[in-house]
Design a protein around this ligand. Structure first.
Ligand code: SF4
Length: 328
């Protein structure tokens, strides 16, 4: 069952220099217990997408077009006050980037979770406390630790507590924005395992946002590669990771065949992401792409289905694929 449907979503920031096209025409669906991973470099629009889905936007941001449908309701056309009351936490919850620092240092962790429950549902203090204990247990924290303050928690425990808080109202969608940043590798693996187990327990769809494509591909059912506000590749994670079609995906995987080096040499993506106020014409990736031709500078490639369930936005995906398969 589809729990979230995003259709032609565009969100731009107004600045004195012009409009920043941070989210520029995205389409995707997520089903119950499905994980969509979104990967890309910093500044590609991943976190802006997360904020747009919750309508948690600064005053200079505007949703220009599109739909965000959760349980038959379109959040784009809903009043912000209704989204705040009836959507955030209850239908879509966010584990924000830097969640470890999101806990208030002067209140006990358990009290913060119980307060969040009471603020968004009509339950007694005793019930909120009981639910807090259940949630802490679920995320692997001894409920007795709920009486402790955030500074008495490790980084991994704080992140687990934030995940517990985000699940407090049984959301349909959980957005985890860089949930493992600043954690060591073993703790990271525990947090990811936790996210995967709670989505089954709560029948929640998960959007996992990360700059780490390997992590995203490993943990997600579907993977979207985002570049300059757009999806440039989208499909089953196994396919995107094992048979990448877009040059940017190849770059993220460190798999660019550098034409100046022996064919075995692999390099990462050269250059930096474009200015989204005035993105390059044609394919937005063209200034950084080793395969770019003249048409790439004039015509924007549409996202087309290359194989069933696997889409790519590149004029030359067939040629690049053929060239790569000859080399391997
Ligand atoms: Fe590179 Fe052209 Fe494909 Fe864009 S359309 S990724 S510039 S080959």
């Amino acid at each position: 069952m589809t729990v979230l449907s995003v259709q032609n979503l565009k969100m731009y920031y107004k600045t004195s220099a012009g409009e920043v096209k941070a989210v520029d025409g995205l389409n995707f669906d997520i089903g119950e217990r499905e994980v969509l991973g979104i990967a890309g470099e910093s500044g590609c629009g991943k976190s802006s997408l997360a904020s747009t889905l919750l309508k948690l936007l600064p005053s200079n941001a505007e949703i220009k077009e599109g739909k965000i449908i959760v349980e038959d309701a379109d959040l784009v056309s809903m009043k912000d006050s209704d989204v705040r009351r009836n959507v955030r936490w209850t239908r879509i919850a966010l584990v924000p980037q830097g969640a470890m620092n999101a806990l208030n240092p002067v209140f006990r962790v358990g009290d913060q979770i119980a307060e969040a429950i009471m603020a968004h549902s009509n339950v007694s203090k005793a019930d909120a406390r009981a639910k807090t204990e259940t949630l802490l247990k679920l995320v692997g924290i001894d409920p007795a630790r709920g009486r402790h303050y955030p500074h008495e928690f490790s980084g991994g425990m704080k992140q687990r507590a934030m995940i517990a808080m985000s699940l407090a109202l049984n959301p349909k969608i959980l957005i985890a924005d860089e949930p493992t940043t600043a954690l060591d590798v073993i703790v990271q693996a525990g947090i990811i395992r936790l996210l995967l187990s709670v989505k089954d327990e709560f029948q929640t769809g998960v959007i996992l946002i990360s700059h780490d494509l390997a992590l995203v591909a490993q943990m997600s059912d579907k993977t979207a590669i985002m570049y300059a506000g757009k999806f440039v590749e989208y499909g089953a994670s196994k396919e995107v990771y094992k048979n990448p079609l877009h040059p940017y995906t190849l770059g993220l995987l460190g798999a660019f065949a550098d034409i100046r080096k022996p064919k075995e040499a692999l390099t990462s993506v050269p250059g930096s992401p474009p200015d989204l106020i005035d993105p390059p014409s044609g394919c937005r990736f063209n200034p950084r792409c080793p395969y770019a031709e003249e048409v790439c500078r004039t015509d924007e490639p549409p996202l087309v289905e290359a194989f069933p369930g696997h889409s790519v936005a590149c004029h030359f995906w067939k040629e690049i694929r053929a060239q790569r398969s000859q080399k391997t």
